[in-house]
Design a protein around this ligand. Structure first.
Ligand code: 5AD
Length: 431
């Protein structure tokens, strides 16, 4: 199974290229234009061409995909039907508006987040799924995540790897990280790697540059998730080949942020996110749902702050109260609260991808499928070696126990059952 479908480069105009996937067109960024020519077969991730492959290899992969590609699309379309007849009068006009292509307002979003009745939630999820289908087709991005260090200098009140916590700590050596990326790329075809850690200054810029540049040159999109570093460091890492950054702002409430993240600054984080965007990074950002005292209005503020940062991908998940942290005895959210946030995010920001996070899966093992049917279209597969994974205890009982082999087959099964395909075809050319 390959985690990306190759495409043919059909036009080049400066740094912008046009890709053809079985007749569908998609605009892409060509990072190193000198390496590509019209007619080349390439892999793209997040709207960026990451590698080239031989025609014979591309044709063999495309041949294996060609029947299933259209069958999956048909299946996705079938699953994306909406039956608005069951919508109550108070939400009908909002859902109709969303279903007809308009973005909803803050007030609409607040009404939707209050919904409780299962039949109302069902229709909300259906509309969000239909919007996802219309805007993104059946494309799903699947990234591999490597959690390379659980050392962290911060002491966030919710986080299980906060520095005060007495847990076994590990650091993967640069070579180990690179080899893991190389191996999982060869074995499973991953084309995008999220490199995540606590805020760990043991990895200096030069070390990170080497990791980033080697993995980029393997032909993959490198996604950094390393927390706050100086703009200069991020600039150097961009030059080394990193093209995406996952950095949550955690909450749009600056007072809550500073209370739960002692010694860190809300403005610094938001400013860094803006700078990363300006540098050219693809942004993934978001928040934790359900901090103490959070209202629905605040959750909507979180979604809208994320949207204002122009993310390629939204990443948010429920708070999982974790032993040995100040929020240990705080209540958990229900699955429906999280699915509602996914659906409402889809209606507030139609064009971005929405990630299904492992915090949601931890809340409920069956939630991943429901999330994909409520507006989400991306996920990550955990590649961290099992001996470290348990120690990356950002919260209790994380849903990440499967071996990479099992996680890959599990994911393929899920995606195929939903008519989804791992292409970079989300948002067609011209959008
Ligand atoms: N529950 C849910 N998410 C958490 N994170 C950290 N601790 C928790 C928790 N207890 C999230 C934060 C961080 C991401 C890597 O993990 O949002 O940005």
């Amino acid at each position: 199974m390959c985690y990306a479908i190759p495409a043919k480069l059909t036009a080049i105009n400066g740094q912008i290229g046009m890709l053809d996937y079985f007749g569908e067109q998609r605009k892409v960024l060509l990072d190193e234009t000198e390496n590509y020519q019209i007619g080349d077969y390439v892999f793209a991730q997040g709207g960026i061409v990451v590698s080239k492959l031989e025609e014979a290899e591309a044709l063999a992969i495309l041949d294996a995909w060609k029947d299933i590609f259209f069958e999956l699309k048909r299946q996705d379309q079938e699953l994306a039907q909406v039956n608005l007849q069951t919508a109550s009068p108070n939400i009908l006009s909002i859902l109709q508006k969303a279903n007809h292509g308009q973005e909803i307002t803050r007030a609409d979003a607040e009404i939707l987040l209050q919904l409780q009745h299962p039949h109302e939630l069902k229709v909300l999820y259906e509309v969000a799924n239909a919007v996802r289908q219309k805007v993104h087709g059946n494309a799903s991005c699947i990234h591999g995540i490597i959690e390379f260090s659980n050392y962290c200098k911060n002491s966030c009140h919710y986080c299980g790897i906060r520095c005060e916590r007495d847990i076994p700590r590990y650091r993967m050596q640069p070579e180990e990280i690179i080899e893991l990326a190389r191996d999982t790329m060869q074995r499973y075809g991953f084309k995008a790697f999220v490199l995540q850690s606590g805020e760990d200054e043991w990895y200096d810029d030069a070390m990170l540059e080497k990791i980033v540049s080697t993995i980029k040159h393997l032909g993959a999109l490198v996604f950094l998730s390393i927390g706050i570093r100086s703009a200069e460091s991020y600039q150097r890492l961009y030059q080394a080949g990193a093209r995406a950054a996952l950095l949550r702002f955690e909450t749009s409430n600056a007072a809550t942020f500073e209370k739960l993240r002692p010694g860190t600054s809300f403005n610094e984080r938001i400013n860094l996110l803006r700078e990363l965007k300006t540098m050219g990074y693809i942004i993934a950002t978001g928040f934790i749902i359900g901090f103490p005292g959070e209202t629905h209005a605040e959750t909507i503020g979180n979604i809208l702050l994320a949207k204002s940062l122009q993310p390629d991908m939204h990443s948010f998940g429920p708070l999982i109260p974790t032993v040995d942290t100040p929020l240990a005895s705080y209540p958990k959210l229900t699955k429906a609260e999280v699915l509602k946030v996914i659906a409402v995010t889809r209606l507030l920001d139609r064009n971005s991808n929405i990630l299904v996070t492992s915090a949601l899966e931890t809340l409920d093992a069956s939630a991943r499928k429901e999330a994909f049917l409520a507006g989400a279209n991306s996920m990550m597969i955990n590649l961290t070696p099992l001996e470290y994974r348990e120690q990356y205890a950002i919260y209790d009982n994380r849903a990440c126990k499967l071996s990479v082999d099992d996680a890959v087959s599990d994911t393929v099964q899920l995606l195929f059952s939903l008519g989804r395909a791992p292409t970079d075809l989300s948002m067609k050319a011209g959008n």
